[in-house]
Design a protein around this ligand. Structure first.
Ligand code: HSE
Length: 299
């Protein structure tokens, strides 16, 4: 039996669209048992279990198959168990954790010998962008870029100083595909510069533990103004978080989950966001999380 634990994540962090990821302390637990297995069996426990496929279309299983093929090996019959501790409403890297988890698990199960950097490239070949999968594999704050051959390169920075991430998920789904389709393909130089300067300054602030700078370096111009239209009550929820003392407010990944960075008043911020969603006719659930620096681990 091989068991692994892999964290969920928030991505973009405002200005770092498709580039920055941050691993969080909610996990996907995966186990693979090959003894006495004649066929593939997939069982699911935890959050959103009724919406996770238990046939061979399952995301974790597919990522395992892709990894086995890249290793030149065949996946044996197995019992895959998925225990999902990742909040089920979108935006907290659930599918990224599933893909990265499948890749990591297959490598362990098959004694594949791929490094984390190689596993990241396999995961990106499935997911398309590296932000969530890199955070799930490496942990910490991940900064990603592609070279001319389309290989992804990741730097993971460990965040040692205490920082809270207060996430609030309204109870509806936004398909990532739809949330990407509404984004403009051309942007102004001014907007591009805003994102470049803030993404660079955000990484510096996180590395230096200068969390007060999160008040201004999380502003961005490439995606949130468009995606906010998919989140009823966005402006009021943002105001509630900032009024309650949050340092920042952004959409987590492609949404609809939103999140605030803070070093105090966590519960007040969480309650303020849930109440603001409620006033806009949306039920919502909050999570007070911290950074997970370890990434994927074999248990
Ligand atoms: N960077 C991605 C996006 C994250 O914003 O669309 C969601 O997969």
């Amino acid at each position: 039996m091989v068991q692994i634990k892999i964290p969920c994540s928030t991505s973009n962090l405002g200005p770092g669209f498709d580039t920055l990821g941050l691993a969080l302390n909610r996990y996907l637990l995966l186990s693979a048992e090959t003894d006495h297995c004649a066929s593939v069996q997939i069982t699911v426990e935890g959050n959103g279990k009724d919406h996770i496929a238990t046939d061979e279309s399952n995301l974790v299983y597919n990522a395992m198959k892709v990894t086995a093929a890249k290793l030149g090996k065949t996946l044996p019959a197995l019992h895959l168990n998925i225990n999902n501790g990742v909040p089920a409403y979108g935006g907290l890297g659930g599918s990224g954790a599933a893909i990265a988890g499948g890749v990591f698990l297959a490598n362990e199960l098959l004694n594949g010998g791929f490094s984390r950097a190689e596993l990241l490239n396999v995961a990106v070949s499935i997911e398309g962008h590296p932000d969530n999968v890199s955070a799930a594999i490496f942990g910490g704050l991940t900064i990603n870029c592609f070279d001319a051959e389309k290989n992804v390169h990741c730097t993971s920075v460990k965040i040692e100083k205490e920082l809270s991430i207060v996430a609030c998920s309204p109870h509806f789904q936004v398909q990532t595909k739809e949330a990407r389709k509404i984004l403009p393909q051309q942007v102004s130089l001014k907007d591009a510069v805003t994102n470049i300067e803030n993404a660079a300054s955000l990484v510096a602030a996180m590395m230096n533990g200068n969390f007060d700078a999160l008040r201004y370096v999380t502003a961005e111009r490439l995606h949130e103004q468009y995606r906010a239209t998919l989140i009823p009550g966005y402006d009021e929820v943002k105001k509630a978080a900032l009024d309650a003392g949050a340092l920042s407010f952004n959409i987590s990944g492609a949404g609809p989950t939103v999140f605030a960075f803070t070093v105090s008043n966590e519960q007040t911020i969480a309650d303020g966001m849930v109440n603001a969603f409620r006033k806009n006719g949306q039920r919502a659930t909050s999570e007070i999380m911290s950074v997970e620096n370890s990434g994927a681990v074999r248990l």
